[in-house]
Design a protein around this ligand. Structure first.
Ligand code: PLP
Length: 392
């Protein structure tokens, strides 16, 4: 890679990321190119963001057209892209109100505020605890860190925001035992992403939804990683047959620009009112125009997400590699459980021209663009087989 770029980072950017030694310059379709001109098949989508690949003509036209018309005007006024996107998301999800943020952590912060306000409006003070799952990941702000059920992220940042407790995924008895009257919501990822691509058992989800309805706890789905087609439906809750009260999203929604948000419906639709929540860049017109184009493109891609996911899963299992212990996930959100170091494998795959991710302590995570073709999948699988075969 070009040393002067690495030097700029090393000298001027905070050293918070364990970066791989590659500098990407451009992308086309599902192929990335580095500054030396080397090409890579993308099985990572910038951590689940580039759902429509790179430089998609329709997406580029929407972004550049909106940039030329109006980039930003604040939430003190109306703009068409924000309104259209909100209506479109409502149609796709069945939820009825949206708040737009800039990232997943902010989306979850808003979702937590919404849950606390719902309970405070209805029951008064003291019903503020949000239950989340052990091994979950909800973001890096102080409050979403508190929600995150992994101590490794908490170290050095105490005191975290109070009012969060963590229970094991699947432990419905522990949730039933929480009858202290201080709980307002349960927030969870329907497939834990950063924690290792661990899908929630459907039976647990059904029991949890029933318990939340019985106790009037809001069921808050963090769909930052699972949402917007990643799992084979617009939202994973639709695939898993549960109805959340609040749903957050981010990552893939705008195909590469920063946009997130949370949606409400039913009994908590109108909980947040004027002055309760705000963010300067929320519903940014360029991001919303990008999201509208992304949704148009994904409409055609969505029916094949599951088929493509199965092609990757079957391809990997069919390689019979000794370090592969199994493949988990939904749609094009896949986790390959491995013996050995996932980071070492991902480094070798990158060197061989395939971009992958890690998750948890023993998992290679794949989040390819949802528009990936069968031939790109097969090229990626070919690289995977020869590279991982070298470790066998
Ligand atoms: N929630 C989940 C499920 C995530 O996977 C992530 C990021 O990986 C976040 C929240 C935080 O999103 P962001 O990094 O956009 O703040």
């Amino acid at each position: 890679m070009k040393e002067h770029i690495k030097n700029l980072y090393d000298s001027h950017i905070m050293n918070t990321y364990a970066r791989y030694g590659v500098c990407f310059e451009r992308g086309e379709g599902c192929t990335l190119y580095d500054t030396d001109g080397k090409s890579y098949i993308d099985f990572a989508s910038g951590i689940g963001v580039n759902s429509v690949g790179y430089a998609h003509q329709k997406w580029v036209a929407a972004v550049s057209g909106q940039a030329a018309r109006l980039a930003h005007v604040s939430n003190l006024y109306y703009t068409l892209p924000g309104g259209e996107l909100a209506a479109r998301l409502g149609g796709l999800s069945g939820m009825t109100r949206v708040f737009f943020s800039n990232s997943g952590a902010e989306a979850n912060e808003g979702m937590i505020k919404c849950a606390r306000k719902y309970s405070s409006d209805k029951y008064g003070k003291g019903r503020h605890t949000v239950v989340t799952l052990v091994n979950s990941f909800h973001g890096r702000t102080i409050t979403t860190l508190a929600a995150t059920g992994q101590d490794v992220f908490h170290k050095n940042f105490h005191p975290l925001t109070g009012g969060f407790v963590h229970v094991e995924m699947g432990d419905i008895a522990a949730l039933r035992a929480m009858d202290g009257g201080d709980v307002c919501a349960v927030m969870l990822e329907l497939v834990q992403g950063e924690g290792g691509v661990l899908p929630c058992p459907p039976e647990f989800l059904r029991e949890l939804a029933a318990l939340c309805a019985e106790r009037d706890w809001l069921l808050c789905a963090d769909e930052v990683q699972t949402g917007v087609g990643r799992c084979g439906e617009w939202f994973a809750f639709q695939k898993l047959g549960v109805q959340p009260d609040v749903v957050s999203f981010a990552k893939g929604i705008a195909g590469g620009l920063p946009l997130g948000g949370f949606m409400t419906g039913g009994k908590c639709e109108a909980v947040l009112g004027t002055g309760d929540h705000a963010t300067t860049f929320g519903a940014n017109p360029i991001c919303c125009a990008a999201a509208l184009a992304t949704l148009d493109i994904l409409e055609a891609a969505l029916p094949s997400v599951e088929i493509k996911g199965a092609r990757i899963r079957d391809g990997i299992l069919g390689m019979n590699l000794p370090m592969i212990k199994g493949v988990r996930g939904l749609g094009l959100m896949l986790g390959i459980q491995v013996a050995g170091s996932p980071r070492e494998y991902v480094q070798a795959l990158l060197e061989a021209g395939l971009v992958c991710l890690t998750a948890g302590s023993d998992t290679i995570r794949l989040l390819p663009p949802l528009v990936i073709s069968e031939s790109d999948i097969d090229r990626g699988l070919g690289i995977f087989k020869s590279t991982m075969g070298g470790f066998a």
